[in-house]
Design a protein around this ligand. Structure first.
Ligand code: PA5
Length: 453
């Protein structure tokens, strides 16, 4: 077994050759039975949290009639408005943002989707409202529970603004709620006001929901090819079932990160030399952080974007504490053609003539490979995940690849990858301090503890 793997259709390949300081291929061989058992647990839906495996089959997860409504509503609102304000947090936000930023075609309006609900900063909200003054906007409020405070507040503010401008009846035609099929405050509100609604499937948790209406509606509004996105994920879901590790990079990725963790490394840094993958890295941080950080275990998922961060965290990665490994997402082809021009100086002084005429994509790729070797030589093992090009289809592949590997990784660590009990802790303290009904006693005790009485 070598530490490399690629799907049969070459839609993604993993190069783990620069992990050799920490992982012996024999260790991978001896893990095969454990991984088979975990994969059996996933597909037989017998592991912890198996109520949340609806994402396993991306095509099954989508109702055809709902897809038609998604396309029709997106088209209508796109024609009537300048932008869609997407309100949500965590899994109700990160996926669509990641895809939007990765796939926004060159020259198209980067403000087609605006985001709110991830913070309670008055400055952020005020700036957003000011920037919407000259815009006709629609709202997509997304919350599976329907009770999350941050998006709830943002929605109240933006709905107020919209209703104030065009009246409650017309505003109702511009508000789309994505929420639980039956329950929750947002479901009740949407039903009572007659807003268009889309469903977050019962068996899909927030961080696995990008390929449900949670991600697909805003992406359809933005003009992204959602069929190709789901198509890539569906093909990947079939490829991920393969038991041959050399032909199943998701399986190998989960195994390698487990072995790296067991070798004493505590952090994985996901990185790319492509800035438009910055938000995908944020999405990945949630997927792995919320899935794995439990019971005192789990790799800490961090992210960087290179070359930018080579001039900040790069020093740390090269020579700091040897606690991390890196995973690089590389794009093989399909980037715009742009070459280094001839110098306009008679005698060029910038020392770059040797690059004249060279494609930027090639320079970027070589910088990535040089960095991989430099970091490996400095004691930071790393692997590369390569996709042939960055389009909707291959982004779908990448998304499913990470989701599937995350489920394997979580079970290998012996935790439930599909819950997030830790997230509730800050919420309860916040409710107590804010005086939410039912939290009065806790609020009093907390105010005393913080000296706020
Ligand atoms: O992955 C998750 O389940 C969470 O991150 C949720 O997506 C996040 O907390 C938002 O929850 P909700 O959609 O219920 O408002």
């Amino acid at each position: 077994m070598t530490l490399t793997s690629n799907f049969d259709d070459d839609s993604l390949r993993l190069d783990g050759s620069l992990l050799s300081s920490h992982v012996d291929p024999k260790q991978v061989d001896s893990m095969q039975a454990d991984v088979d058992a975990v994969i059996e647990k996933i597909h037989s839906r017998s592991g912890a949290g198996s109520d949340y495996l609806g994402w396993l089959d991306p095509a099954e997860m989508l109702d055809d009639r709902e897809l038609v409504r998604i396309r029709e509503t997106a088209k209508r609102l796109r024609e009537e408005t300048d932008c869609l304000v997407v309100i949500g947090i965590g899994g109700s936000y990160l996926g669509s943002r990641a895809c939007f930023e990765a796939l926004t075609p060159p020259g198209s309006n980067p403000d087609r989707l605006r985001y709110a609900g991830t913070n309670m900063s008055p400055r952020y909200q005020t700036d957003l409202l000011s920037s919407l003054e000259s815009q006709n906007f629609a709202i997509n409020v997304i919350s599976k529970s329907g009770t999350t405070t941050e998006p709830g507040i943002a929605f109240r503010i933006l709905r107020n603004e919209l209703e104030g401008r065009i009246g409650a009846d017309d505003a109702s035609k511009r508000i789309v709620a994505t929420t639980d099929r039956r329950k929750g405050a947002l479901r009740e509100l949407a039903d009572s006001r007659g807003w268009e609604t889309f469903i977050v499937p019962d068996d899909v948790g927030g961080r696995y929901s990008v390929l449900t209406p949670v991600g697909l509606f805003p992406l359809a509004y933005a003009g992204i090819d959602i069929d190709a996105l789901v198509g890539g994920a569906t093909e990947c879901s079939i490829a991920c079932r393969g038991g041959n590790t050399e032909r199943n990079p998701a399986r190998l990725y989960a195994m390698l990160r487990h072995l790296l963790y067991k070798s004493g490394l505590s952090m994985e840094l996901l990185t790319s030399f492509e800035p438009r993958l910055g938000q995908l890295i944020e999405w990945w941080k949630q997927l792995y952080g919320e899935s794995e950080g439990k019971d005192g275990t789990g790799l800490f998922p961090a992210g960087t974007v290179y070359s930018r961060d080579l001039h900040s965290l790069g020093q740390w990665v090269q020579e700091g504490a040897r606690i991390l490994f890196e995973t690089f997402i590389g794009i093989d082809n399909g980037e715009p053609s742009l070459t280094v021009p001839k110098s306009t100086d008679e005698k060029s002084a910038d020392g770059l003539d040797y690059l004249e005429g060279m494609e930027l994509a090639a320079i970027n790729r070589l910088a990535q490979e040089a960095t991989r070797v430099a970091h490996f030589d400095g004691g930071c093992p790393n692997m590369g995940l390569y996709i042939p090009k960055l389009d909707a289809y291959h982004l779908g592949v990448l998304i499913y690849f990470f989701e599937y590997a995350c489920a394997i990784s979580g079970y290998l660590n012996g935790i439930n990858p599909f819950n997030q009990p830790g997230v509730e802790v800050y919420k309860k303290k916040m409710f107590a301090l804010l005086g939410k009904p039912g939290f009065e006693d806790d609020g009093k005790a907390l105010r005393e503890r913080l000296g706020l009485e």
